[in-house]
Design a protein around this ligand. Sequence first.
Ligand code: ZN
Length: 200
Amino acid sequence: MAAAAGPEIERLIQLLARLPGLGPRSARRAALFLIKKREQIMAPLAGAMQTAFDRIQICNNCGNIDTQSPCTICMDPRRDPAIIVVVADVADLWALERAHALNARYHVLGGTLSPLDGVGPQDLAIEALVSRAQDSAVTEVILALNATVDGQTTAHYITDLLQGANVKVTRLAHGVPVGGELDYLDEGTLAAAIRQRTPF
Ligand code: ZN
């Protein structure tokens, strides 16, 4: 198919099409939108991307993404130093922050154990977590990992490693989602909810 635009614009479309959630058609729409809003959107976006690219760092303490290391969360004196929330990915950290459910510090593993994909303990920030958990200020490690086979395998592996550390290891509850109707839940979720029932 012949290109509808010059190579610079085609390149913009191809790069946009690599973004999660954008296919070739929506990438074209996004490119056209940017071109039409060159001054209002495209220029500030290009500037913001360049600034972010120049300044982004991985926190050397928790693995979070920020423009400083240690990151804003690690440096925040109002965060409870007794609790470390373990997540697989920065996206999970952001999701938990959006929930405003706790005011703790995090530890980003960089994935979950996956023998099928060749991801072993040495590929994740597990050793760093164990060493952080040894700190006498830490009393609880919350494993906020996916309720998938890989997520739960990782949770078990970390729980075993933390046996020696003087910390309580907890994990997220499995069960009925807020606003969920029992009739629509799958059997695995319902069974987990019954097993993990709590006093009323
Ligand atoms: Zn950090």
